[in-house]
Design a protein around this ligand. Structure first.
Ligand code: PMP
Length: 404
């Protein structure tokens, strides 16, 4: 009874990753999986992480005793500082260390359901592929808001606000703090300000998921949107991940933050978060959190990390420029200015399924459904091949769709 069960659904990105591994062609290229890669195709272990781990964390550790339901307090304090500018707001925030950003998403979803089971959470269309499944699995209802202008591939703020007009008081609006996954299209300052006014007037609660802080702009710039909201909105959910900006993917480090209306609400909110954690995994692993705490508190490590993050950001930007120029040179049909305006690892080109299939089958280039390209996974030597494959796929489809 417990083992003869129906076939489950496959996550599209994991499935793509599996087909990539099984592809025997030597010159295959993976632009799908959402990890940062150096030009040699490997995901680097950051120097700051390496030094924090070997010269500090391992040397200073004398015990592996439990840390408690909130996880590593030093990590929680430092992550709070990294995200929230205002000291008073930070003092009204309950922070709990989680198993990556995904763990934080689940914990906040469970929290929302435990307090307000009738709540609807509004998710951008499109959004990070796991947002809707995590929210639904926690029992929450979801609705989608329009997000991107399909021609310019930039945020359509009018469409965002017009779809959110149907949200009712108490609903939660899930926003990407920066480097929107999958589109790469972010709100600008004016958009965040409009969103703040809109949510304040309609009494909606923002839920900001920030998984790429420092990979779009500086750390402060990437947390700018959520701080604009916090300048006037008193209650907010934040989920944060250290997978990408510290390269700590497998260590599973993240944080869930609930900004409370009043400082004295924090202990009860923390207790509820702790109870939810206790009913599933109990306590998060400490190792990665201890590394992050060290990097954020040791000035020399902090400088090293900020510098490394800057180089990662520059690599993404230069890959954007290189692919943009190559596509222009090779005669790509359509507006591709968005490549240079988008932030972070991804841009979504909006390609159809046939296009993605041609790229995979004829050119050995793996791209996620909807045309999400990971610019951090492009090796400089592959730029021309990728651009000419894209143009060839475009020409082929053009010929098929408009036969003479
Ligand atoms: N949120 C967003 C928007 C993401 O793109 C991701 C994955 N990259 C996550 C959360 C989860 O990250 P992780 O669980 O690896 O920390």
């Amino acid at each position: 009874m417990y083992t003869n069960i129906p076939k489950g659904t496959k996550d599209p990105i994991f499935a793509l990753n599996e087909s990539f591994k099984n592809d025997l062609r030597e010159k295959k290229i993976d632009l799908g999986v959402g990890v940062f890669k150096a030009d040699n195709g490997l995901t680097p272990l950051m120097k700051s992480v390496q030094v924090a781990e070997s010269s500090y964390v391992i040397k200073e550790q004398s015990s592996k005793v439990y840390k408690g339901l909130m996880g590593n307090d030093g990590f929680n304090r430092e992550i709070g500082k990294l995200l929230i500018e205002n000291n008073d707001v930070r003092e009204s925030a309950a922070v709990i260390q989680t198993t990556g950003g995904s763990g934080a998403l689940r914990l906040i979803s469970d929290y929302i359901y435990s307090v307000n089971p009738d709540c609807t959470v509004w998710v951008s269309n499109p959004s990070y592929a796991n947002h809707a499944p995590i929210l639904k699995d926690a029992g929450l209802k979801i609705c989608y808001y329009d997000y991107i202008d399909s021609d310019s591939r930039m945020v359509d703020i009018k469409a965002v606000l017009s779809s959110l007009n149907s949200a009712k008081e108490g609903d939660v609006i899930l926003l990407h703090g920066c480097c929107h996954n999958p589109t790469g299209a972010d709100f600008n300052k004016e958009d965040w300000t409009q969103l703040k006014e809109f949510m304040k007037n309609k009494r909606l609660t923002p839920f900001v998921d920030i998984a790429y802080q420092g990979l779009g702009g500086t750390l402060e710039q990437d947390a700018g949107g959520l701080n604009i909201l916090l300048s006037e909105i008193q209650e907010m959910f934040i989920t944060s991940s250290c997978s990408k900006n510290f390269g700590l993917y497998a260590e599973r480090v993240g944080a869930a933050i609930i900004v409370c209306k009043q400082k004295d609400f924090v202990p009860n909110v923390k207790r509820r978060l702790g109870n939810i954690a206790l009913n599933s995994y109990a306590m998060p692993p400490n190792h990665g959190a201890a590394i992050v705490e060290k990097i954020l508190t040791e000035p020399f490590l902090n400088c090293l990390w900020v510098d490394e993050l800057g180089h990662m950001r520059e690599r993404i930007k230069s890959n954007r420029l290189a692919l943009y120029s190559a596509l222009k040179d090779l005669g790509y049909i359509g507006d591709i200015e968005f490549i240079l305006s988008h932030k972070g690892m991804f841009s979504s080109f909006g390609w159809c399924e046939s296009f993605i299939n041609i790229m995979r089958e004829s050119h050995g280039i793996y791209i996620v459904q909807g045309g999400r390209v990971n610019f951090a996974a492009i090796a400089k030597n592959d730029i021309i091949r990728i651009a000419s494959s894209i143009c060839a796929a475009q020409n082929l489809l053009h010929r098929v769709l408009s036969p003479v």
